[in-house]
Ligand binder design. Structure first.
Ligand SMILES: Cc1ncc(COP(=O)(O)O)c(C=O)c1O
Length: 456
C-alpha cells in the first residue's frame, strides 16, 4: 500500500488500538464532551474506559502538575520520597476500606498495581514463614489487566485465548452473577452461601497451606457489566479467606473513587479486604497512575519481615501523586461521590423507562454511575445473540456515529456470546446529558438490531 493510500492520515505510524479503522483525531475536551479536529462533539458517556470521574478539561489539575514538574519531575523511589507522595498517601489512606493506617504503593496503572498486589501477597506470606503459599484464586467473568499475571487472574476468555499457553497458574471460581446464575456455561452462581462454599472447597482442594490470595472486583466492571453480588456475598467470602489465612485483595480499579456511588465498591457492604488495588478514577485519566494499598498489618509484616523485592522506574511518581492529590481534592470539594450515587440512580431509572420492556434488553443494572445494559436475543430464555452477529460492536458504532461514546463488553453469557454496553460518564454529567445518553443508547440498540439481526 502506498503512503497516500494509508487510512490514518494523521496517526499513520502509530500502532493503533483499532487497526483497520480510521480514528477521529481528538483535540479538546471539557466536562463530558470530547471534540475532534472536524469539530464534531462526542458525549463521553463512558469516560473513556470508565476513567474520567471528575470530567475533562480541569485546569486546576494541569496547573498543579505543571507547577510540580517545574520544581521537580523525577527522583528515584529507592533514594527519595517527595512531599507530593507523602501528602497523597496520607490523604487517600483514611478513605480506603482497609484496617489502617494503610500504606500506598503507587505505580503506573491498574495492571501494574495488580502485579504488585500479587507479589505483595507473596512477600507477606514469606515474611510470616509460610513460603509455600503460591496459589491465587480469582473468578470467572472478571478482568484484572492485560499484563501476563493480571491476565492469568482475569476470567475473561476472549482476552486469554491467544495467550493461553502462557497462562494457567491461577485458579478460578464462579462469578457472583445473579442474572445468569446456574446457567450452563456461565460459570455463575447467585447464592452467597454456595459461592462461599465453592471458594472454601477450592482452597481445601489446593491445600489451604498453599493458597496466598483471593482477588476479585467488588462489583464486576467491563467483563459482565456493572454486576453487584447479592448481599451477604462479600461477608461470606471475607470470612472464608480469614479462616484459611488467605489474603483478600479487592480490585477497585474501576469501582474506586466514587464510581459506584460510594468511595470504594467494598463500602457498599462494609467489608475490609487486606489490600485495595486502584487506578483509573484515582487520576481520572490526567496521568497514568494506579496503586496497591495494604492494610497496616500486611504492610508491617512485610517491612518488618523479609522486605519486598519489587519496583518500577515509574513507580512512586511525583507527577502522578500530584495529579491524584488534586483529583482527590476535586472529588471531595465538589461532593462528587454523592453526585455519582444520585445521578446513577437517575440514569438507571431513565434507562428502565426507555428500555425496561425492550424485547432485546435482558437487564439494566449497576450502582452509582457504573451502569450496564445486557442485550439478549430472547428475554424469556435469556439466550444471547451469536457472537458472529457482533451486536455490541454495532451498538457502539451506531452510538458513536450519533455522537455518544459508550463502552462495550462481549462474552458475558458464556465467555464467548453475550452482548453488553457499559456506561460510566463523568460525575459532572447533567440531567439533560443523562437523557441524551439514554436516548442515544436506545436509538443505537434499535439501529444495531435492525442491521445485524433484522429478523428481530
Ligand atoms: C477491574 C480492573 N482491574 C484492572 C484493570 C487494568 O487496568 P489498566 O488498564 O490500567 O492496566 C482494569 C482496566 O480496565 C479493570 O477494569
Amino acid at each position: 500500500m502506498s503512503q497516500d493510500a494509508e487510512p490514518h492520515a494523521v496517526a499513520g505510524r502509530v500502532f493503533s488500538r483499532a487497526p483497520g479503522r480510521t480514528l477521529s483525531v481528538a483535540v479538546r475536551a471539557e466536562g463530558t464532551t470530547i471534540w475532534d479536529t472536524d469539530g464534531r462533539a462526542y458525549l463521553d458517556a463512558a469516560g473513556g474506559a470508565v476513567v474520567v470521574n471528575v470530567g475533562h478539561g480541569r485546569r486546576s489539575v494541569a496547573e498543579a502538575v505543571g507547577r510540580q514538574l517545574g520544581e521537580i519531575a523525577y527522583a528515584h523511589g529507592t533514594t527519595f520520597t517527595s512531599e507530593a507522595l507523602e501528602a497523597y498517601a496520607a490523604e487517600v489512606g483514611p478513605l480506603l476500606p482497609l484496617e489502617g493506617p494503610a500504606a500506598v504503593y503507587p505505580v503506573s496503572g491498574g495492571s501494574e498495581a495488580i502485579e504488585t498486589a500479587l507479589k505483595l501477597a507473596r512477600a507477606y506470606h514469606i515474611a510470616r514463614g509460610e513460603p509455600d503459599r503460591w496459589t491465587v484464586i480469582a473468578r470467572w467473568g472478571s478482568y484484572h489487566g492485560n499484563t501476563l499475571g493480571a491476565l492469568d487472574l482475569s476470567g475473561r476468555r476472549p482476552l486469554r485465548r491467544p495467550y493461553e499457553a502462557w497462562l494457567g497458574r491461577f485458579r478460578h471460581v464462579s462469578a457472583a452473577y445473579p442474572y445468569r446464575a446456574d446457567e450452563p456455561g456461565a460459570n455463575a452462581l447467585a447464592d452467597p452461601a454456595a459461592l462461599a462454599l465453592e471458594l472454601e472447597r477450592t482452597i481445601l482442594s489446593a491445600g489451604p497451606e498453599s493458597v496466598a490470595a483471593f482477588v476479585a472486583e467488588p462489583i464486576v466492571g467491563a467483563t459482565l457489566g456493572a454486576v453487584a453480588p447479592d448481599d451477604g456475598y462479600w461477608h461470606a467470602i471475607a470470612d472464608v479467606c480469614r479462616r484459611h489465612g488467605v489474603l483478600l485483595i479487592a480490585d477497585e480499579v474501576m469501582t474506586g473513587f466514587g464510581r459506584t456511588g460510594t468511595w470504594f465498591g467494598m463500602d457498599h457492604w462494609g467489608v475490609k479486604p487486606d489490600m485495595v488495588v486502584a487506578a483509573k478514577g484515582a487520576t481520572s485519566g490526567y496521568w497514568p497512575f494506579g496503586f496497591v494499598a495494604a492494610s497496616a498489618r500486611v504492610h508491617r509484616t512485610v517491612v518488618e519481615g523479609s522486605g519486598f523485592v519489587h519496583g518500577f522506574t515509574y513507580s512512586h511518581s511525583i507527577g502522578g501523586a500530584t495529579v491524584a492529590r488534586e483529583v482527590l481534592r476535586i472529588i471531595r470539594e465538589e461532593d462528587l461521590v454523592a453526585a455519582s450515587a444520585s445521578k446513577g440512580q437517575l440514569l438507571r431509572a431513565t434507562l428502565q423507562d426507555r428500555l425496561g420492556a425492550h424485547r432485546h434488553v435482558g437487564d439494566v443494572r449497576g450502582r452509582g454511575l457504573m451502569v450496564a445494559v445486557e442485550l439478549v436475543a430472547d428475554r424469556e430464555s435469556k439466550a444471547a445473540f451469536p457472537r458472529e452477529r457482533k451486536l455490541t460492536e454495532a451498538i457502539v458504532a451506531a452510538a458513536r456515529d450519533a455522537g455518544v461514546l459508550v463502552y462495550s463488553g462481549t462474552g458475558c453469557a458464556d465467555g464467548t456470546n453475550g452482548d453488553m454496553v457499559l456506561l460510566g460518564p463523568p460525575f459532572v454529567v447533567t440531567e439533560a446529558e443523562l437523557d441524551r445518553i439514554a436516548a442515544g443508547l436506545h436509538a443505537a440498540i434499535d439501529a444495531a438490531i435492525a442491521k445485524v439481526a433484522p429478523e428481530g
